[in-house]
Design a protein around this ligand. Structure first.
Ligand code: SF4
Length: 328
């Protein structure tokens, strides 16, 4: 079942999305296949620690209440923020084309997989685009690759990720906002439980992979207490993570539209404070983020965690100024 006859005014990615064939209709979520002009997207912000991003999927079924990426569906003229978690687009994958794109990058280039949507969301079990991409990474060498996920499905790929780490600097970041399962269920209704994510950290760390845990976002008066961060740091260290990082919540309009009704329902006593803090600016600046970083430093020190992972040079790192090709 496809979406029939898109309106004439739709162009570019919005037209492609409207014409995308439906891969499988489900009651809550629909899956579509989306053509991709290129798999790598260049990052223009100097503040971010990577030059290129890859997102195997558009939309994300995990439906986190604070998700900042909902605006990406607006590029496809889908303005209801709920559509981000109900209409999921798997990128049509061409391994040869992807390999050529990667080969065009300079040696040591930084690439982040899963910046806007989760590469191990439920669609990955069906379509495996992330796994297919990792198989291509395993056939070349010489990049700095970061993968971010909130899913224990990442442990499925432990052997493949081990191969990738022999050829690239690889960091896997598993996001855990809280170890409190009830709170996590409320905030991230369709994402795997925190204990399952931490079990995945254990599996990856036991295989010798560098895994960091990210507390993102830290939400004022919800998961920002020293007690909450300490419990997370303890669990991350026990699971074998080497580092812990955190980002304070920011609320762009598309996220604000979903987060505020959530607060009204679950934390009505916080609504006024959030309105005061976020109504005028999406980002909190100054004393609060500084206080969170100090608190984080304290719990990191207490549990022997670093700020980021230090990685030894990969066994098969190429020394020519070129991305290395390995025999398929
Ligand atoms: S896992 Fe990430 S991309 Fe998916 S809904 Fe949650 S915050 Fe958004």
């Amino acid at each position: 079942m496809g979406v029939s006859q898109p309106p004439d005014h739709l162009v570019g990615i919005a037209r492609m999305a409207a014409e995308a064939p439906c891969l499988e209709p489900k009651r809550r979520v629909e899956y579509f296949e989306l053509g991709a002009r290129s798999y790598l997207a260049r990052v223009n912000s100097a503040r971010l620690p990577f030059r290129w991003t890859i997102n195997p999927y558009r939309g994300c079924e995990f439906g986190c209440k604070y998700c900042y990426a909902r605006y990406t569906h607006e590029f496809m003229e889908m303005r209801d923020p709920q559509q981000f978690e109900r209409k999921i687009f798997a990128k049509a994958f061409d391994a040869e084309r992807f390999r050529e794109e990667l080969r065009g990058l300079p040696l040591g280039e930084t690439v982040a997989l899963g910046t806007a949507t989760d590469p191990y969301q439920p669609a990955e079990r069906r379509y495996g685009v992330t796994r297919k991409m990792l198989q291509v990474f395993a056939g070349i060498g010489g990049l700095r690759l970061g993968i971010t996920t909130k899913s224990d499905l990442v442990a499925r790929d432990v052997e493949l990720l081990t191969e990738v780490s022999r050829r690239h600097y690889l960091t896997i970041s598993v996001t855990v906002t809280t170890v409190d399962c009830d709170l996590a269920r409320a905030l991230e209704p369709m994402a795997p439980r925190p204990d399952l994510r931490l079990a995945a950290v254990r599996t990856l760390a036991d295989a010798g992979l560098k895994v960091v845990v990210g507390c993102a976002p830290v939400m004022p008066l919800i998961n920002d207490s020293e007690k909450s961060l300490d419990a997370l740091a303890r669990a991350a260290a026990a699971a074998g993570a080497v580092a812990l990082w955190a980002n304070v919540l920011f609320l762009k309009p598309c996220a604000y539209q979903v987060f505020l009704p959530f607060l009204e329902e679950r934390f009505p006593e916080l609504v006024r404070k959030y309105r005061e803090r976020y109504e005028r600016a999406a980002y909190l600046r100054g004393a609060y983020p500084e206080m969170i970083q100090e608190r984080l430093e304290k719990v990191r020190t207490r549990h022997g965690l670093d700020r980021k992972s230090a990685r030894p040079e990969p066994e098969l790192w190429p020394h020519d100024p070129q991305i290395l090709l390995f025999d398929p």
